[in-house]
Design a protein around this ligand. Sequence first.
Ligand SMILES: Cc1ncc(C[n+]2csc(CCOP(=O)(O)OP(=O)(O)O)c2C)c(N)n1
Length: 685
Amino acid sequence: MPENPAATRSALERDMCNALRALAMDAVQKANSGHPGMPMGMAEIAFALWTRHLSHNPANPGWVNRDRFVLSNGHGSMLQYALLHLAGYDLPIQELANFRQLHSRTPGHPEFGLTPGVETTTGPLGQGLANAVGMALAEKLLAAEFNRPGFDIIDHRTYVFVGDGCLMEGISHEAASLAGTWKLAKLIAIYDDNGISIDGEVRHWFTDDTAARFRAYRWNVIGPVDGHDVDAIDRAIAGAKASDRPTLLVAKTVIGKGSPNRAGSEKAHGEALGADEVAATRAAIGWPHAAFAVPPAVYAAWNARAAGAAREQAWQRVFAPYAQRFPAEAAELQRRLRGDLPGNFATVVAGAIGAAAGKRETVATRKASQLALEVLAEAVPEMLGGSADLTGSNLTRWSKAAALRTDGDLKPGRHIHFGVREFGMSAIANGIALHGGFIPFVGTFLVFSDYGRNALRMAALMKQRVIFVFTHDSIGLGEDGPTHQAVEHAATLRLIPNMDVWRPCDTVETIVAWAHALERAGAKDAGPTSLLFSRQSVSYLSGERDSSEVRKGAYVFAEAAGGVGKAKAVLIATGSEVPLAVEAHKRLAEQGIAARVVSMPSTTVFDKQDAAYKSSVLPEGLPRVAIEAGVTDFWWKYVRASGAVLGVDRFGESAPAGAVYKHFGLTSDNVVATVQALLSKGIKP
Ligand SMILES: Cc1ncc(C[n+]2csc(CCOP(=O)(O)OP(=O)(O)O)c2C)c(N)n1
């Protein structure tokens, strides 16, 4: 693309853009790893946005009313690091020189929580766009709840850079479709339309009319504009800001722009340019400075600390009188942004547990979840729920929750109908949590957790308090058959680091699970939770319980007759299989075989307990039998080689739940027979 005179009108501006190019190219070269092409191609776009539009304060990356900036094409991480460094964030040049090295704050892809100013972890293409949709929705809802006439204390935009890869990914459809429906006017996506992805020219595999596609989502589409013309980009962003709908700004760019022999080619995408080409690029763009050297005038022009401080102070001048006039609202907003639960949370939970224990209701655990929500969601106003078109099945809507509606004027509601979009919903929930002010929880069938899987992983990687409600958690859903019967899912969710998984067996365990999930914030033990609930009803069987033991993830549900000293075996069960264990416990007792029943609603939480507690629940020297309607592999670490596991190691069957349980040997007869067989073999662990 020929040089546009407007884009390089000012030598300083040209140098400011080239500083981004050079830092990216040199950091990738030094690491001999990374992606120089996107930062070099998006330099003018980034310059126009960051110096002329982005409202942020480098000295306070947590300022609540900052514009959010998301790099959905996260492989171009060096662009974000260069921007943060030059704008004056706490990211010294040594960090850029340490790009992709152990313990640097400049990892391969941007990581939330590691680098100041990085709003979300990106790299898995397309998810950044969905996170941005979540952030923009959170902004809109928080503004509707807390702003008052003359006091727009929440009023910011969300900008997101996307590449061809993000837009090829299916999640971009789910997220953009919802953003259009929700009329997220303050969401501005800038598309790096360079025609190149890793395999080469995308015209061979990506021929969509992207502009028409986004128009069909009811977005405002601007462009294509010359992505190297700073003023054109500037005008386009100004136009986007005036729109009453989300904007896609299509910017034609040249990947690796500035590199004489790699620009415009996939060779610029994901490898160091090489020393010769780096030198040739320096000459071509007129950047004579050494690697990681930036002239003071360029630094000075980039530095946004003074402007940022002024912006935050201007906001403070609105917030301070707001806090005086609406002290309760201001305090509540601040509490929610800190992520603290309401002061009476523990009392509410204790009351709910007491009431549930008194009622002893036999219900499906998904219903138990809804009963828990009736109390908890009313007490925790930041809870924001939803479902991927399974509201009546997931039971994530409680009786007083209005549905969010955005046809006509925004009608805020705390239940979101996400439509059939599991991946988009999950990544949007991550964006809502990252924005702050809400605790999102979203529902679908457990078997479709796979559809959203990478967003669950990202929630865990970012330690976000997102609660994933997965109902219809086993073959127990019955007639819908193996397509809908989760078999391997509980086990695989438990494998995700930082993810807590609960599969409660009754109303009390369900409240504890929800409470535990809601409490997961702050430095200690932050992260997402998956709550697994049954479709079918599960008998309420417990006697007295110490809920502080339930909180530990596993506890003695029914003691062996005569006390643990008399126990000959330990039965471990979760969720809907606890009643099977209790029935077997009774029948074994009739035969003079004392057994202890351990309910283990959360293996992940139990695993975090100390050794003394663990061995108090699972005493050494007794054979153990685990019972869970899912794959058996997971359970061997608890029962050990000499124990037994009753589960389902095949896909399920379409039939009434009782028949399917029988078919797979999940019966108390089989539990009894298994214990007898272990004891007759005289096996000790
Ligand atoms: C979900 C996902 N799939 C695959 C990748 C690997 N990957 C990284 S960049 C890329 C190509 C992206 O092309 P584009 O967005 O056009 O980026 P550009 O070449 O312009 O830098 C791929 C396939 C990824 N990061 N995420």
